[in-house]
Design a protein around this ligand. Structure first.
Ligand SMILES: Nc1ncnc2c1ncn2[C@@H]1O[C@H](COP(=O)(O)OP(=O)(O)OP(=O)(O)O)[C@@H](O)[C@H]1O
Ligand SMILES: [Mg+2]
Length: 485
């Protein structure tokens, strides 16, 4: 489809371009400012094949818009509209990567011809991207299983956003593959082969997280016996993946903002800042916009992180991929568990497709692993499925939800995923765990109240829940669900 986005603050000009181009079979989109145009591409890298942008606009001018567009979508043909007599700036624009320029008032034939060339250029580029993806991208995306329209969109986004240097915000429910998407983006980038450093912002308390991220110099504080490079330095030349970015404390948000703006970090106790060359990817299962509205997340940082945004789809929105996912996950789990289970019975698959998967692919993986271990046959049947999936009706909703939240098997440490169920190491930890469960139960799983009752911060509670393989709800219902299973 021949599509063009016209970015100009003058409605009259947009109307004129629309009239001329629609007659030629173009679909014409409009934006009244550079900011608006960028936002459209940030959501959909394929928003339009060609962009026509006015040089002189209030706010971001044509050159700024061009630079920002190329940051998120390298290779996009952008044509600049310049006022008559500003040839100097047109030359500058060509140097900075514009596809071409037109002087106002644009001659209709010239407009049509230039756009036609730009469209051909863009189609050629697309073929190249596809070719490249068949050559290498295919490999980078192979772990992200899915062949339906929803996942194809995700793959296409990754192929285009991967090579860009822009920060990407990966959002989505728990277990939807955000980390896999981050890995694929890195694998599709020019930084592949260099480090991909992952940091979970929720795993460490603020002070530790700071030295983990930015490092420190010897003598910066008692106990700092030698220099410690931060994760940003370790990621230099490569990519840093900041997971659960919504949990980053406000003071560190300010520091991160500075890193993004200056591309410099300041290790604790250092006399001067150190330049770092990193691509930043972040993920969250929180609603960051709501966090911004609630004052829990800096708005300026949000906009810096959200240059490109991709939403990992919940499994219930791409159930067409279920059979393929089952097959690929069985291969993976068979290898891990030294089994040779490659398929399931039709009834098994049908039961899976009738379930809503609140824990998404991770939950599916856990359910399959359980079946793989429990099944006496090489082709597991429904009897290898947990009751809350075969018979969701028979379960009080709260219990089945608690069980689902950790992927079916959390009450059953034997089958819990690695690390999800560390055995309490001491009686002290045992006591702490049971205090957590009891307090959660008393407060119906309400985290704020539980944290208050235990005299700890929400972050600490979060950390402890994780440590003991509990979720707030699951913790609150631990006993009830044990009876259920
Ligand atoms: N499309 C997919 N194809 C294959 N495996 C997948 C897919 N999506 C997720 N998984 C698997 O599901 C599990 C969870 O994925 P991942 O850790 O990337 O999710 P997440 O969105 O980061 O979850 P959380 O928010 O809980 O951290 C992993 O084992 C991953 O390999
Ligand atoms: Mg994750």
């Amino acid at each position: 489809m021949k599509s063009v986005l016209v970015i100009d603050d003058e409605p009259g000009l947009r109307l004129m371009v629309r009239a001329v181009l629609e007659d030629e079979g173009w679909t014409v989109f409009e934006a009244a400012s550079g900011e608006e145009g960028l936002a459209l591409f940030a959501r959909d890298l394929n928003y339009a094949k060609v962009v026509l942008v006015d040089m002189n606009m209030p706010g971001m001018d044509g050159n700024d818009t061009l630079a920002r567009l190329h940051e998120i979508r390298p290779g996009l043909p952008v044509i600049l509209l310049t006022a008559y007599g500003t040839i100097g700036s047109a030359v500058e624009a060509m140097k900075s990567g514009a596809f071409d320029y037109l002087t106002k008032p644009a001659d209709n034939d010239e407009l049509i011809l230039t756009l036609k060339r730009a469209f051909e250029y863009s189609s050629l580029q697309e073929e190249n991207v596809q070719l490249r993806s068949q050559l290498s991208g295919g490999d980078a995306l192979k772990n992200l299983v899915g062949a339906g329209a929803v996942m194809r969109n995700i793959h296409n986004f990754i192929l285009q956003a991967g090579p860009s240097e822009a920060t990407v915000l990966i959002s989505g429910e728990s277990g939807t593959g955000k980390e896999l998407i981050a890995e694929s983006l890195h694998a599709c980038s020019g930084r592949f082969g260099k480090a991909l450093i992952k940091v979970n912002c929720a795993a460490l308390p603020g002070s530790l997280l700071e030295s983990e991220l930015f490092g420190y110099m010897r003598g910066a504080f008692t106990g700092a016996v030698k220099d410690k490079p931060g994760r940003f330095q370790l990621a230099s030349g490569g990519t840093i993946f900041l997971d659960e970015i919504g949990e980053l404390p406000l003071d560190l948000q300010a520091k991160l903002l500075r890193v993004i703006q200056d591309r410099m970090i300041e290790p604790l106790g250092a006399v001067r800042s150190v330049p770092v060359d990193v691509r930043i990817l972040v993920a969250t299962n929180r609603d960051l916009r709501q966090f911004v509205a609630d004052g829990k997340f800096r708005e300026d940082l949000f906009f810096r992180l959200n240059v490109l945004e991709i939403e990992a789809p919940p499994l219930r929105n791409h159930m067409e991929d279920l059979p393929l996912l089952v097959s690929r996950l069985l291969d993976k789990l068979s290898a891990k568990n030294h089994k040779n289970i490659r398929s399931v019975t039709p009834a098994f698959l049908k039961t899976l497709s009738g379930y809503s998967w609140p824990g998404n692919v991770r939950e599916l993986e856990n359910v399959l692993e359980r079946a793989l271990i429990l099944s006496r046959s090489d082709i597991p049947d429904v009897d290898a499925l947990p009751p809350y999936i075969t018979d969701p009706e028979g379960f009080p909703p709260h219990v089945s939800y608690a069980a689902r939240e950790n992927g079916a098997v959390w009450t059953d440490p034997q089958f819990a995923p690695d690390g999800a169920f560390p055995p309490p190491a001491s009686s002290l930890e045992e006591a702490e765990r049971s205090a957590l469960i009891q307090t959660l139960r008393r407060h119906g799983g309400h985290r704020e109240k539980t944290a208050q009752a235990l005299g700890m911060s929400r972050r600490t509670l979060q950390y402890k829940l994780r440590k003991y393989g509990l979720t707030a709800r699951a913790g609150a219902l631990a006993e009830g669900a044990t009876h259920g299973e």
